[in-house]
Design a protein around this ligand. Structure first.
Ligand SMILES: *Cc1c(COP(=O)(O)O)cnc(C)c1O
Ligand SMILES: [Zn+2]
Length: 398
């Protein structure tokens, strides 16, 4: 594999065992694996980065496992951080900026995870990849697999949006639509992995099975901090499902602090929908692990993850960064998406708007100060679920 020079392997987050770059879960205890680096061997400063074009997340190559040269990439990342003055005024804070991940190749931040995961798959010589997804990860995986000449097997629940399903087909993916919700798609994927997958050597690019999705998503943290001229914001509010992006950004911030590029860590906030908020519930009750939600029910399909396997890690990131967690009802989430689109012009997906309505709620609770800088993640473009947003207006007679 064409790994970068400081990348030393994968560390189990549970037992600490270090394994080679082609492992997926810890061979000893089954724990999640996290790419590790010899940071002393990396020489990176603000000036070096400032000289590089802001053209792709692979500009942080030294801090990624694979070389940019060998990556399966479409120049994902390097998205803008958009100033939203009206939102700042309404929330009573100094600044609100939206990290607009809708501007990625397939319209969501899932591209950041798939570029790294697919690079690993390609370098391991995989013929096929497979995953279950609420929609955006499946679309991204089909796109990157096509680019790498790898066959993709994507398991989506029937509730996934039309764009996701259509584009999996357009990218040449083999799609299985499973009646029900994400858990049902996950079960169908697990069955297929045990049967065809086993026989044909399918490579998993499933959340936290591949160790490389959160690694790709950590670049959102790098970019936000560089775009803020290395001044940590007071809050990063993230629409949280499996928590891949949240743990990734927190890891990224800690790495930059280790290199002396920032002094303080940004406070990470998990925003969820009230109809499926296992992380918020565990955080509020001071627990280290979530309780699975029995009857998840939210319009925000991208964050309807009732049983997030990485909850101990997510909760640790929230506490370690002195952040928090907040849940808001669907009605407020959809209203927030529409308010952002109307007032700022920025097209926020329905799922992503949990970050906006969560930030509003946190502001109402007095969590921020008048000079706070608050970052909202727009994890996907509203194009993908314009029907959901339009229907919300219809429901109000507009
Ligand atoms: C996948 C997804 C999320 C949740 O991502 P995690 O990092 O797994 O929590 C949020 N928003 C959108 C639009 C998504 O597609
Ligand atoms: Zn282990």
């Amino acid at each position: 594999m064409e790994t970068t020079s400081a990348f030393v392997g994968l560390d189990c987050i549970d037992c600490g065992e270090r394994v080679g770059p082609d492992a997926q879960r810890c061979p000893d205890c089954g724990g999640i694996l996290d790419p590790a680096y010899d940071h002393d061997a990396i020489d990176l400063d603000r000036e070096t980065l400032a000289e590089r074009p802001f053209d792709s997340m692979w500009r942080y190559e030294e801090l990624l496992p694979f070389t940019r040269e060998s990556a399966v990439t479409m120049d994902e990342g390097a998205t803008p951080l958009v100033e939203c003055e009206k939102l700042a005024e309404e929330m009573g804070v100094g600044r609100v900026l939206i990290k607009d991940e809708g501007r990625n190749p397939t319209g969501s931040f899932k591209d950041r995870g798939q570029t790294v995961a697919m690079t690993a798959a390609a370098q391991e010589g995989a013929s096929d990849i497979a995953l279950a997804s609420a929609g955006n990860a499946g679309q991204a995986a089909a796109a990157y697999a096509g680019r790498a000449d790898i066959d993709s097997h994507v398991f989506l629940p029937s509730r996934s949006g039309f764009t996701n399903k259509a584009m999996v087909n357009v990218h040449g993916g083999d799609m299985t639509v499973v009646g029900g919700r994400i858990g049902d798609a996950g079960a169908a994927y697990a069955d297929a992995m045990d049967e065809e997958g086993e026989e044909e050597g399918w490579h998993s690019v499933q959340t936290f099975v591949t160790p490389y999705r959160h690694e790709g998503k950590k670049t959102m943290g790098y970019e936000i901090l560089e775009q803020l001229e290395w001044e940590a914001p007071d809050a990063i509010v993230y629409p949280t499902g499996g928590g891949v992006g949240l743990v990734g950004m927190h890891k990224g911030a800690k790495e930059l602090r280790e290199h002396g590029l920032i002094d303080e860590l940004p406070a990470m906030y998990a925003a969820q929908a009230e109809g499926c908020a296992p992380i918020v519930e565990a955080f509020e009750e001071g627990e280290d692990h979530h309780e699975p939600v029995e009857h998840p029910d939210t319009i925000c399909g991208g964050i309807e993850i009732p049983d997030p396997g990485a909850s101990p890690w997510i909760l640790e990131c929230l506490r370690e960064s002195d952040g928090g967690a907040v849940a808001t009802p669907d009605e407020e989430i959809l209203e927030s998406a529409i308010a952002v689109a109307k007032g700022e012009g920025l097209e926020m997906g329905a799922t992503c708007a949990a970050a906006a309505s969560g930030a509003w709620e946190l502001a109402d609770r007095g969590e921020f100060d008048a000079d706070s800088t608050v970052i909202l993640l727009n994890t996907a473009t509203a194009n993908k679920d314009s029907d959901v947003l339009r229907s919300h207006l219809m429901g109000k007679g507009i």
